[in-house]
Design a protein around this ligand. Sequence first.
Ligand code: 13P
Ligand code: SF4
Length: 303
Amino acid sequence: MIKDVQQEILKLKKEKDMCILAHCYQSPEILEIADFTGDSFALSVEASKVENKTVIMCGVRFMAETVKILSPDKKVILSNPVAGCPMAEMMDREVISLVKEQYPDYTVVAYINTTSELKTVCDVCVTSSSALKICRKIENDNILFIPDCNLGDWVSKRLPEKNFKLLNGGCPTHARMSENDVIKAKEAHPNTLFLVHPECTPDVVKHADFVGSTTGIMDFAKKSDAEEFIIGTENSIVTHLQLSCPDKLFYPLSKDCICHNMKATTLVDVLNCCKGVFGEEIVLDDDIYSGAKKCIDEMIRLG
Ligand code: 13P
Ligand code: SF4
């Protein structure tokens, strides 16, 4: 049954000249039919290089918006219109404009997990893998880092020479994991390395053997000589690692680290997007497109 749906998707996407992108938090049956898998910015870059006229983004809304900004002439479809990222949507342009008035001398750094609208009032974007490098390169020593205070905290501790202002935002999925989860997981699996995403709280991150983006965590685990790992990020990564490294063992830090928004897209949703009866085409106003693009272009220049 799953194989039949996958075959139909593969046939339709070829006939209709479509490219399918899947963030690595998607389920395995979606990752199997994708043209590209990875983190959100890497997917947007891949999409900008392909000839296909239509791109289906299996992920959340801000990811589809980033694809559209990098490929304005392509038709970009968000695989399920209800899939939003609570962190990306927790701060809006009006609030940040007011905060900026209080910190006029600060460079505003936006995690890529923000809406395009919010990016229009920011100076530069970062991904979880480029945040440290880009913040280091910014000439201004005053940085207002939004929206994720956990990623911001992790970066600021590595750049003590800079003056960071953090706001109280973050990813509810990663924030769900606690120091107690780390203690319990390490007790249950003592001979493990603990790999963690910087969206987790500082109390969790301080126990890590490695801190990195989802791609960073997967690369580290694949190359490592260690045989057992506790994974402190969305639990799909545990499954993917277990499939790609069958000789190693991977344990989730918590059974609750599941992003329901990333899991909103089903294989049938993807099929219906290919048929043209589901999904939402991303359309951005000119001012939002150009304001958000400036922020992403600056990230590309510095990164
Ligand atoms: P990365 O894939 O960039 O590590 O981000 C994780 C995440 O939470 C995506 O929504
Ligand atoms: Fe947003 Fe967190 Fe889900 Fe990523 S894991 S989409 S940051 S809520």
